[in-house]
Ligand binder design. Sequence first.
Ligand SMILES: Nc1nc2c(c(=O)[nH]1)N[C@@H](CN(C=O)c1ccc(C(=O)N[C@@H](CCC(=O)O)C(=O)O)cc1)CN2
Ligand SMILES: NCC(=O)N[C@@H]1O[C@H](COP(=O)([O-])[O-])[C@@H](O)[C@H]1O
Length: 209
Amino acid sequence: MVNIAVLVSGGGTNLQAILDAQARGDIHNGRVSVVVSSNDKAYALERAKQAGVPGVVRRKKDYASGAEYCRALAQFLQEQDIGLIVLAGFMTVLDEEFCKNFENRIINVHPSLIPSFCGDGFYGLHVHEAALEKGVKVTGATVHFVNAITDGGPIIAQKAVAVEPDDTPEILQKRVMAQAEHILLPRAVSLFCEGKLSVSDSGIVSISE
Ligand SMILES: Nc1nc2c(c(=O)[nH]1)N[C@@H](CN(C=O)c1ccc(C(=O)N[C@@H](CCC(=O)O)C(=O)O)cc1)CN2
Ligand SMILES: NCC(=O)N[C@@H]1O[C@H](COP(=O)([O-])[O-])[C@@H](O)[C@H]1O
């Protein structure tokens, strides 16, 4: 059984999708054992509480440096015997040491079809604002393993979503969440816990069904 830590910063709809999948029995060989929020006011903490999952707060501003924050977070997760870390709207960039400690054991969901609209500065609504500004007709979501390069890790899965003529960033965000993120992320979590994901030396992910 893989102990899963879900890292959050905001509303927690992706956390909720994982918790709902777990309740349906769709997360095989894994269980969410802790939720860690970088924001003490995140509604995601309420979602964890309602699901009976322990929630803890680890704010970057409470540490002398980003490196100290990442080191303390890594130590906490190792003490919790965490086998998989899921970044579900987690808005802090993790440093290289952290990523090496948990190589190919951190999964992130990003609300675009990477390599479009990703990297530093592309998070939350900013991603959808950029997509609408560019005038793309198709966007979507990506789940990927996390490395030191923001949104640069091996891609696990992607799902396309149509952009409609009258979309606002908020409307588009909701569609991408419902039609892509909330489907891709729980599935990727279960595949990892089932040992069905492997990463080649060149960073290509294959899924064994
Ligand atoms: N080492 C990594 N850390 C993180 C990754 C990653 O791929 N590698 N993914 C991010 C999540 N993310 C996109 O998926 C992302 C999050 C935040 C930012 C960003 O520019 N943040 C701002 C601050 C935002 C805030 O505090 O409100 C910044 O760093 O200036 C970009 C992408 C999680 N960590
Ligand atoms: N680059 C990371 C990023 O932009 N993540 C995005 O933040 C939102 C969090 O929503 P949630 O808290 O309701 O899951 C989601 O749309 C997620 O893809």
